[in-house]
Write a protein that binds this ligand. Sequence first.
Ligand code: GLV
Length: 323
Amino acid sequence: MSKSTVVVTRQLPQAAIEPILERCNARYWDSEEPIVRSTLLEWVEGADGLYCLLTETVDDELLDAAGPSLRVVATMSVGYDHVDVAALRKREILLGNTPGVLTETTAELALALLLATARRLPEGTHAVQSGTWPSWRPMWLTGRDIHGSTVGLVGLGRIGAAFARMLGGFGCRILYTGPREKPEAAREVGATFAPIDTLLQESDYVAVHCPLNDQTRSLFSGEAFRKMKPTAVFINTSRGGVVDQEALYDALVQGEIAAAGLDVTDPEPLPADHPLVSLDNCVILPHIGSATIATRTKMAVMTTENLLAGVEGRPLPNSVDLS
Ligand code: GLV
């Protein structure tokens, strides 16, 4: 049997790249930096499979460049807002992603970010490192409690539910919202459904766990922030596009909300001179939600399994329903 041709757009852990190099003719971008778009457009021509990351836009241009041979796109991410699903559907190309393996890891990061933002940890470490740590003061670097608070989850999917479960130990009241109620998941994690306006008005912490799509793009606008408590903390570990960042900046500066913790921004990387970076009450992480050695390795290997299944004509272990 002749080998399939595949494109791999980034340097991968050995466990993920070895099977591809053994079983396929691989056009392998063996670099930590993103593949140059023009190179990707050249390399993808005549390929049977594409292994990509969330940094590559998979659209009509790319799929046209690939031509009719392309059977599968395997993305090393659970989110697939960088992929034009309709463009895949009309060409009958399969899409594989990595749900499940990053759930707990990403929920842990959301919890870490919530704690860091509420308790002002980056301001504290900065004071130590810069020699501006004063003697103990009653009200210096006072933050906000998590225990006893109301946490509002925007999205109760796998990650939102895992986050809610972890919050169980803090004795929080947990609200959730989304396109529909999820009674079973809600019962399991002790969450109560609320319309988004109620959730915004009543939550001390609002944590975003929904995918980016047409319904959620810029969901967090000036209007949404104005509905929140002036003491509220906003946490986003989903996608930057869910937030109108100018509105967030205004809300943080004008005291419409107290603080924000972001693991995702638009664009990424966020330039160091972006206004949000200058704010003490905005904690920004560089999109590291799933970044543990074990989880990233699992994601990379699962993507390989999706790619190989797709080019070898087997069902993908994890495929996105494109219907
Ligand atoms: C990361 O953001 C992912 O979607 O896996």
